[in-house]
Design a protein around this ligand. Sequence first.
Ligand code: TRP
Length: 354
Amino acid sequence: MEQRKVILTGDRPTGNLHIGHYVGSVASRLSLQEKGDFDKFYILIADTQALTDNADNVDKVKNNVIQLAIDYLSAGIDPSKVDIVIQSQVPELAEMTMYFMNLVTVARLNRNPTVKDEMKQRGFNAGLPAGFLCYPISQASDILAFGANIVPVGEDQLPMIEQTREIVRAFHSTYNCNIFSLPQAVLPENKACQRLVGTDGNAKMSKSLGNCIFLKDEPDVVKQKIMNAYTDPNHIKITDPGKVEGNVVFAYLDAFCKNEHFAKYLPEYANLDELKAHYRRGGLGDVKIKLFLNNILQELLSPIREKRKELEKNLDQIYEMLFENSKKASEVARDTIAKMKDAMGINYYKFLSK
Ligand code: TRP
């Protein structure tokens, strides 16, 4: 039998999606959705994972569950093709995690580079929640519960996929079975899309740094953020030569600009290389490149914003869809748990005399 293709990916509901998410993950999800080369496609709203460092901030997580769902749908995720599921509404994931925890050492968890970075950012020392350290194990459950073998993620998630693969091997060898397929990470193709810099030139667009352009931002807010974006501090007069490297406007143009945009908004140039060359030479001002970028981003964001306004009129319908999907996902996860328990031999009820 040919292997089923199951795609699964997810996000923590801790804030609205921004254009960094758009190029980094949403765009590739949309293209996978359009290709249609899958048997099942799940997007998980990872609220349980978000709670591992927000235990006392449930309201934030709760509000962002629906926000994230609206962001996905307004950006073009089609609920007839993709199942958006709420992690906490699939309790089997927690049960799987308990069994997987016995197959992973604390030393191994402490070596996870992404978790290490996040611990540093959050200043966790003795106050490190056990749940946070263990979230890569629960992420393995997210992936394995639904038999996902294709996991489209950013680079920072590679350690989680590796951890999942190790859990698969450990489970198979410990319980002498072969029930999981090995998941494969799929990274975005365009290098410029793997990590979008913040509007302030900071290496990462991140809500906590306040340097994001959100998908839901109003047109004037988008424009203002672009006009204030970091460019080249030594490019003072228009005639000065300018630097393209480290220049936020060019970083965004690399990610979003297509040749058609020149014909439409800036016909003096044929493509981005010509624009960059002029900037480097001198004689091209920041306002001009910023207005060009503004046109491109407004064109991208305007239909998303319109769709959001429609969706916001009927939140109940979105919640119903999420609960329905989560219920179906739960059934799938229950089958997986049954297989796990059979392999482990904790299916005692089967020995009851009839
Ligand atoms: N850890 C991911 C993030 O922070 C979110 C996530 C949770 C996820 N479960 C997943 C991603 C399963 C891919 C697959 O963005």
